[in-house]
Design a protein around this ligand. Structure first.
Ligand SMILES: NC(=O)c1ccc[n+]([C@@H]2O[C@H](COP(=O)([O-])OP(=O)(O)OC[C@H]3O[C@@H](n4cnc5c(N)ncnc54)[C@H](O)[C@@H]3O)[C@@H](O)[C@H]2O)c1
Length: 309
């Protein structure tokens, strides 16, 4: 009997077809929204493929009694109980590196637009006020300091692109040894988080969400940033105090911010962020492009097939 693969969120069609040629595939991209149907599908699963919306833990994970492999169509593993999987010998496979290019391009786009201030004036131009005076305060990226919190795959790729624009790139990553080749991608020595926040014109977060990093940018740390600096968060929502960030933007204590990820997704109606000025929000898509979808799905199809044998 063929091994069975349950896919509970969207996966690129050619990768699904590749798996279906060899395995018994149950592909329902909206299964994540029907917990009872998902729980019913899982007891037969040898492999389970998810994006970031499926919570792989608790009763659902227990229902998957014969599970051997989890494929994650993305990078962060905070939606998966990795400890419980380890205890049961279930292999967890992230698509490491496959969407890094998309995230790095997003960060550069946000940094350029944020420094220049060009994202925030459409309404005023449409209203006929032609606010050229305000837009004349935009800044160039060349010579500005980009501070990367986390220098893994995405941090390193972002550093390379930012250097090509003439930015000075610094980083904080306490888990990288001083001699690690990753430090060649940035300028100057490893920084403490406090040094990085004080020095940077643009701060971009590239760390996983863990108990240690939750609330990393709290009110006290946010207050260290320059008044005209920009914060970019494509990593995970729980890293930043959203209410404090919104208050700082409103009070003119921070230049601008771009957020792709939020403490609660989708954002609740009464979020503190609503209406905050100089704030660009996108719905957790920094890592998603046509190209990265193809790469991520192809990689996970291949790695899950290898694991199933
Ligand atoms: N918005 C999106 O669409 C999207 C897409 C891909 C990844 N992500 C997020 O981006 C994160 C980073 O991705 P990656 O591929 O670069 O991961 P990675 O594992 O390659 O790098 C993470 C880096 O963070 C460092 N780190 C861990 N704890 C730290 C801390 N407390 N302070 C500073 N550095 C710390 C690690 O040493 C590592 O070098 C992922 O965990 C994921 O949550 C978001």
């Amino acid at each position: 009997m063929n091994a069975r693969i349950v896919i509970s969120e969207f996966m690129d069609a050619p990768a699904v077809a590749q798996l279906a040629a060899r395995y018994d595939v149950d592909y329902r991209p909206k299964l994540v929204d029907d917990p009872r149907a998902l729980e019913a599908a899982l007891p037969a699963a040898d492999a389970w493929i998810v994006r970031n919306r499926t919570a792989v833990r608790g009763a659902l994970l227990e229902a998957a009694a014969r599970l051997r492999v989890i494929g994650r169509l993305g990078v962060g593993l905070d939606n998966i109980d990795v400890e419980a999987c380890r205890a049961r010998g279930i292999q967890v496979i992230p698509a490491s590196g496959a969407n890094a290019e998309s995230v790095a391009e997003y960060v550069i786009t946000a940094a350029l637009g944020g420094l220049r201030g060009i994202f925030f004036w459409t309404r005023a131009v449409e209203a006929g006020t032609l606010p050229r005076q305000m837009l004349s305060q935009g800044r160039e990226a060349r010579g500005k300091v980009l501070g990367l919190v986390g220098l893994g795959s995405i941090g390193q790729l972002t550093a390379r692109k930012a250097r090509a624009l003439g930015m000075r790139v610094i980083a904080h990553d306490p888990y990288l040894a001083a001699g690690d080749a990753a430090w060649n991608e940035v300028q100057g020595p490893p920084r403490t988080l406090e040094q990085l926040l004080t020095e940077s014109d643009v701060v971009s977060l590239h760390v996983p969400l863990t108990p240690e990093t939750r609330g990393l940018l709290n009110a006290q740390r946010l207050s260290l940033m320059k008044r005209d600096a920009m914060l970019i968060n494509t990593a995970r929502g729980g890293l930043v105090d959203e209410a404090e960030l919104a208050a700082m933007l409103r009070a003119g204590r921070l230049g601008s911010a771009a957020l792709d990820v939020f403490e609660v997704e989708p954002l609740p109606a009464r979020t503190a962020l609503a209406g905050a000025p100089r704030l660009l929000c996108t719905p957790h898509v920094a890592g998603i492009t046509i190209e990265s979808n193809e790469r991520v799905s192809a990689l996970i199809a291949q790695r899950v097939a290898e694991a199933l044998g």
